[in-house]
Design a protein around this ligand. Sequence first.
Ligand SMILES: [Zn+2]
Length: 150
Amino acid sequence: MPDLMSHLLIGLILAEMLNVKKKSIVVLGALVPDILAKIHLAYFYVGIEQPLTFVHFHTPLMAFLLSVVIAPLFQYKMFTTILYFNMGSISHFLADFPIKHFTEVGTIFFFPFSTKGYTLNWVWPEQSIYIFITTLLVYLLIKAVKAKNL
Ligand SMILES: [Zn+2]
């Protein structure tokens, strides 16, 4: 997984490129898959046995279900909220796709039909600093171009 800042920037870039007005919903969708999948860390810090696995929260289906559940909490149209949230979560899973893994098997795209993980094995997680720098430069470039056009 790229770091959360890279996921945030990728969501912002997507929202800027598609002229989405509610960028925060896209960014929320881009961040939530990793946050939900890390719930088990609370058990680690408390020092109790983990009763459940949260790995399957890091899947497109669970992101979609979460978007349907939380969409009424927003003041925007439900369909718009679900669409923007899932744009962000799809960007998250596509950004995770090229990452190499030692122990994990990759991104589980087709849960619950399959738990097979997919990865392109291109980038080690510690190399995500390059993704962060690149996405930051792309985002700043987009903002500069948009500011000049106004
Ligand atoms: Zn992830």
